[in-house]
Ligand binder design. Sequence first.
Ligand code: FRU
Length: 487
Amino acid sequence: MAETTKKDYRPRYHATVESGWSNDPNGLIYFDGKAHLFFQHYPYKPEWGQMHWGHVCTEDFVKWEHLPLTLAPDEEYEVENGCCSGSTIVKDGQMVLMYTAAQMERQRQCLAFSEDGIHFKKEPSNPILTAEMLHEEVSTADFRDPKILEHNGIYYALCGVRIKDPKATVEKGGYGNMILMHSADLYHWEYNGRLIWPQEELDDAFFHLDGVYECPDYFESNGTEIVISSPQDLPQIGHEYQNIHSMLYMEGKLDFETGHFHIHSIHELDGGFDIYAAQLLRMPDGRKIMIAWKEMWDRSFPTRPDGWAGTYTLPRELSFHDERLYQTPVVEIERYRQNRVEASDIALQDEEKAIDGFEGDCAEIFVSFEPGDAKRLGVKVFVGEEHETALYYDVQQRAVVFDRTKGGIPIEGREDDLNTRTTDIDPEERLRFRIFLDISSIELFINDGRYTMTGNVYPDVGDIGIRFFAEGGTAKIVEAVKYDIVV
Ligand code: FRU
């Protein structure tokens, strides 16, 4: 009896932690023919605890192999909060990993080395990047998540920090920022400076953050420089940053001397619910692929009773053009498509419609609409007797709404609204949704990935319906295609 069977919420084609807890992706790297995803991990309970590094790898971004623990907090300098986030590079054929040794009042950066990319040895002289090398403006209690970059033969570490400000009224006496440091050999580091400074044309909230810009990363795409990062406690601005903690990208120009990033624009990276701490993976073929933690802090985790908590987004290729950072699921996923069904030219007149063959909870759906005079038009997924999740365009607001109010197990957390997220979009003649469903996961790519919305829902076993709808008028489905993703 479907109703009484409890659903196993583990996604099938997304990376997940096997058991216990996981958060940030760490040290994403292509090494020895495989893409490696390390991650923040507490192996003993599905809750954040003293941090370890876990490890999975893949040849195709769909099937993930679980590997032994990478780091455990067994040194005196890291025993309180453990081995926090960081990154990896390859140097002289070895994998070099830099992570934050986190104590309550002191965060310092450490190195570990590996010949095979699986077994790591910590550097005996750890911690190597310490308070003495920092400028006194940086709070040593919030100095973490080093991302190592190589530029013109020099190593740079881009880190999330709090800059002290005795005048600050916020609780911790300072504001979130990022800093750049450099080194010729990974052992001796010098301070360049802080990345962001107030700019009049940008909202002041970005420069007076009562948290840290966690997990920063930097890359270029089509000649445009981008910094991505995860600001804690950024207040909502318009429809953006509705989550307590958000992810954003800044497009601008980095001065590698001063560390200053002159910002041209800032956007939320994903307008959904469950996404944080993204990092970049550079592939040998030139692709820049982003993977994020597909969860959120300060929320309930319905998978906890099953002994695990922590999923990751589909790896998404990033490309900056037409003034936005576009996200596209890696092409490798397309090899797992099966059972294609399609439909075209379907008129919707203030109604909800099922289309033959469109159902499933492990699937890819593509649909393009012509809006007509409807007020709302879109798709409902994970539809069952009691549940549904709606993804729709609200014509008047010119925005896409992800509504999980009736999605399944209710989520608890700190935000007032845990169930709807709204993303403003530039309307186009045709609205295009590409949706990936994976058991308890929804990733929506709007208009070729110009905007994305990501969120988890916890429906019942039989909730596999897919419906198309228009409210308050007409709309036309120009084309709809569905594949099962079979792993
Ligand atoms: C971001 C973060 C990092 C930190 C890690 C600890 O989610 O808070 O700043 O290194 O998680 O697990």
